[in-house]
Design a protein around this ligand. Structure first.
Ligand code: AMP
Ligand code: MN
Ligand code: MN
Ligand code: MN
Length: 284
C-alpha cells in the first residue's frame, strides 16, 4: 500500500454523533472512491461489526476504529484507535466508563442553557440521539439549530457550547495513558486526531507528542477535514520530526454539516509513512 490510496480513517455514524447509519456511510464512502475505510465513533465501538460487513458489501477494505475522548493538560484531546479487536473486553469496559459521565454532563449543559432562556434542551437534544449512552454537544447543537437559535451548528458551538459559554460544562475524560493502553492491548494502533484543533501552546503540544510517543503512540492525523491546508504542511513536518506515521480522514458527520465529504481529501504527502502501512495485517 502506498500514500496514493483513498483511505478515510475517521468518521462518525448514528452510534455517536453522526447522522448516517454505518451502512449509509459505507455506501457513501464507496461511491466517493474510498478504498480503505474506518468508522471511528466517539467512545464507542458498537457499530464495528456492521461497518466491517458494510465495507465488504461495498468492496472496500476495512480497519476497526474509534475516537476516544481524553483529558490532557486540562484540554480535551481525541485519540483515534485503529485495527484493534472489536470484541476486546477491557477496551469495551474502558469505553463504557468513558461514556458514563455524558448523561449527567448533558443535564448540567441543559441547566446552563435554561439560564439564558433556552428551555428543555436536554429533552430536545435527546430527540437527535441515536445511542442513549452517547449524548454529545453535537446533539445539543442540532436542537438549537432546529429551534432557530442559530443558523448552523458551528454558530451554536461558538455562542453556546465552548469554554465560557452558557451551555459549556467542563468534563474529565479518560487519561492519555489509559486510552492508548486500551487500544494497544486490543492489538490496535493509537493516532492523535486533528492535532491542529487543540488550543495548546507550542510547549504543551510538544509535551503531548512526547507523552503520546512514550506510551507507544505511533501516528498523528495530517490530512483531515479538521485541518486547513497550511496545517497539512505543519503537521507533515511535525510527523517527520517526531517519527510518527501519518493518517488521513474526513471526520465526516453529516451531509448537511460536514464541509469535507468522505474520501474527498488531498493525498498524504509522499514523504510520510502512511499509518496503514503499519496495519497491513489488521486490514479486513
Ligand atoms: P463532545 O464529545 O460531546 O464534547 O462533542 C464533541 C463534538 O462536537 C466533536 O466531535 C464535533 O463533532 C463537535 N464539535 C466540536 N466543536 C465544534 C464546532 N466548532 N463546530 C461544529 N461541531 C463541533
Ligand atoms: Mn463529533
Ligand atoms: Mn475529534
Ligand atoms: Mn471525529
Amino acid at each position: 500500500m502506498t500514500s496514493i490510496l483513498n483511505a478515510d480513517l475517521h468518521c462518525h455514524s448514528v452510534v455517536s454523533d453522526g447522522t448516517l447509519t454505518p451502512e449509509e456511510l459505507a455506501a457513501r464512502a464507496a461511491a466517493n472512491g474510498v478504498e480503505l475505510w474506518s468508522l471511528t465513533d466517539h467512545d464507542e465501538i458498537g457499530g464495528q461489526h456492521r461497518a466491517a460487513a458494510a465495507a465488504k458489501a461495498n468492496g472496500m477494505r476495512y480497519l476497526t476504529g474509534t475516537e476516544i475522548s481524553v483529558t490532557f493538560a486540562d484540554e480535551t484531546v481525541h485519540i483515534v484507535g485503529l485495527g484493534f479487536d472489536p470484541d476486546d473486553a477491557a477496551m469495551k469496559q474502558g469505553l463504557y466508563d468513558t461514556r458514563g459521565g455524558r448523561g449527567r454532563r448533558a443535564e448540567e449543559m441543559s441547566e446552563g442553557l435554561a439560564k439564558v432562556g433556552i428551555k428543555g434542551a436536554y429533552e430536545g437534544a435527546l430527540r437527535f440521539v441515536g445511542n442513549p449512552e452517547l449524548i454529545s454537544r453535537t446533539h445539543f447543537a442540532r436542537f438549537l439549530v432546529e429551534g432557530g437559535h442559530c443558523r448552523d451548528t458551528n454558530e451554536v458551538f461558538r455562542k453556546y457550547l465552548t469554554e465560557g459559554k452558557p451551555g459549556y460544562v467542563p468534563h474529565r475524560w479518560a487519561s492519555l495513558k489509559d486510552a492508548i493502553s486500551w487500544i494497544q492491548d486490543a492489538g490496535g494502533l493509537a493516532v492523535i486526531a486533528h492535532p491542529g484543533r487543540y488550543k495548546f501552546t507550542a510547549n504543551e503540544e510538544y509535551a503531548l507528542f512526547l507523552e503520546f510517543k512514550a506510551h507507544g503512540g505511533r501516528a498523528i492525523e495530517v490530512v483531515t477535514g479538521s485541518h486547513s491546508p497550511p496545517e497539512y504542511q505543519e503537521y507533515a513536518e511535525k510527523a517527520l520530526e517526531f517519527g510518527f506515521a501519518a493518517s488521513r480522514g474526513s471526520d465526516f458527520h453529516s451531509p448537511d454539516e460536514s464541509h469535507c465529504d468522505l474520501g474527498k481529501l488531498p493525498w498524504l504527502p509522499g514523504n510520510l509513512q502512511p499509518v496503514w502501512e503499519l496495519l497491513e495485517n489488521r486490514v479486513r
